[in-house]
Design a protein around this ligand. Structure first.
Ligand SMILES: [Zn+2]
Length: 257
């Protein structure tokens, strides 16, 4: 008897999670209403300079993301004026769980569950409506590291973790990383070679038909870099030099006439 009840409860929880994921999927793929995205800034390395930078953030620092989504969505026939709205939430004190670099499939599954739990509990801000998608942005003092750790965006749970540089000159490239992870939460896949970071041809190219092919003037958002030659590539400075390619547009359902 009790065993059956326990199994029933477990099935109910699983069904609840599945329904929730399904509803999230519908909400993020319809493009009929503005998607609310919450930015949750965090001091990623505990330095006073990262804190100072985080204290000075305003919602205007993220305006480039809204402009980018509107411009690109309209190219693919999305009709709503503002497909993505970005809100800045107060700085949190707790850092999200870290994905161990050597994590296998089980480790990744466990980490993503912990991250979803963290996102559900670390983002309750009184009086403010919760956003549909939550992006934690961990700021690091650039002098403490050359490259920031890998960022992540999860479609299940609609949550992203972005590592960014705490420097005014990096606002543009930080927004590229945020937009990239946001795209992942919407179902887009990477379009660069995993080992080298090289943009994949043709879907990781902004203009795969361009003659001559190199250098590419723009970058595709899920490649993140523009190819300068066959083996050279660089990250653009801001989202104005980034586009959404047809493959990515299809993945996030920007295919409505
Ligand atoms: Zn990615």
């Amino acid at each position: 008897m009790w065993k059956n009840i326990r199994i029933l409860l477990l099935l109910l929880v699983l069904a609840g999670v599945a329904i929730h994921t399904w509803l999230d999927r519908i909400a993020t793929h319809s493009w009929k209403e503005t998607l609310w995205v919450g930015i949750y800034p965090l001091n990623g390395d505990g330095t006073p300079s990262a804190q100072h930078y985080t204290d000075g953030l305003t919602v205007k620092d993220f305006a480039g993301i809204e402009t980018f989504f509107a411009r690109e969505a309209h190219r693919y026939g999305v009709r709503i004026e503002q497909p993505v709205h970005v809100e800045l939430y107060p700085q949190g004190s707790e850092l999200p769980p870290v994905l161990p670099p050597d994590a296998g499939p089980l480790g990744i599954a466990w980490w993503s569950l912990k991250l979803r739990w963290f996102a559900a509990h670390a983002t309750q801000v009184p009086v403010r409506a919760p956003p549909r998608i939550r992006i934690f942005v961990l700021y690091h003092d650039p002098s403490t590291l050359d490259t920031v750790p890998d960022s992540h965006g999860l479609q299940k749970g609609l949550v992203g973790v972005v590592h960014a540089f705490a420097q005014p000159g990096m606002v543009g490239s930080n927004n590229i990383v945020i937009a990239h992870e946001l795209m992942h939460t919407l179902g887009a896949s990477d379009k660069y070679a995993p080992g080298t970071g090289e943009p994949l041809y043709p879907m990781g190219f902004a203009e795969p038909e361009r003659q001559p092919l190199y250098p590419q003037a723009l970058a595709e958002i899920m490649a993140g870099r523009r190819a300068l030659s066959e083996h050279e590539f660089e990250m653009p400075q801001a989202l104005r030099d980034v586009v959404v390619g047809p493959a990515t547009a299809l993945e996030i359902h920007w295919n409505h006439p």
